[in-house]
Design a protein around this ligand. Structure first.
Ligand code: FES
Length: 186
């Protein structure tokens, strides 16, 4: 008596294999020489297009343009003798007129950059941060400030307006009292 093979139990979790679909005829077709060349040209065009875009981006970088450091402070003859705080909040500059002419001080303490205040009764600028004091000329007379206040370039326009340029500064006695940091007014 021969042993007959026993039927194997089927696992319900394993699905029977599906028949593999035949490859479509269009995909199975070998690529022609012309198609191959067109694909190459398209890739080359894409490469040069991307390079041109990168070059254009390089030519126009992300730049933050700061506001101009130059401003028109109005008629020079409109300033009386003394310290004008007219442009302090907007431009951080004091305009000072004396018997000979006019100059502009940048209102930035040379210690750590706070904005000093003008005390007319004491005839001095006083920094609220660490106590530096400056004369009306900008020289340090007290506190930790290491150097005088900066003077900005001053010019007069053809209309008689005062043009202040905070990008051009001087603080050396002897230089700061001359043009372009001091404007002589008749
Ligand atoms: S920032 Fe003016 S004294 Fe320090």
């Amino acid at each position: 008596m021969t042993d007959e093979p026993k039927p194997q139990p089927t696992n319900p979790a394993v699905a029977p294999a599906k028949p593999v679909a035949a490859v479509p005829a269009a995909l199975a077709k070998p690529i022609s020489r012309a198609d191959f060349l067109w694909t190459g040209w398209a890739m080359l065009a894409a490469f040069f297009g991307a390079s041109a875009a990168a070059t254009a981006r390089f030519m126009f970088p992300n730049v933050i343009y700061e506001p101009s450091q130059k401003f028109n402070a109005g008629p020079a003859k409109g300033y009386d003798i003394g310290v004008s705080t007219k442009w302090l909040s907007e431009q951080r500059v004091w305009i000072i007129r004396n018997e000979k002419g006019i100059y502009a001080l940048w209102a930035r303490c040379t210690h750590l950059g706070c904005t000093p205040n003008w005390w007319g009764d004491q005839n001095r600028f006083k920094c609220p941060c660490h106590g530096s004091n400056y004369t009306i000329e900008g020289d340090v007379i007290a506190g930790p400030a290491p150097r005088p206040l900066w003077r900005a370039k001053v010019e007069i326009s053809t209309k008689g307006d005062l043009i202040i340029d905070k990008a051009v500064l001087e603080d050396i006695p002897g230089k700061r009292e001359n043009a372009p940091y001091f404007l002589t007014l008749a």
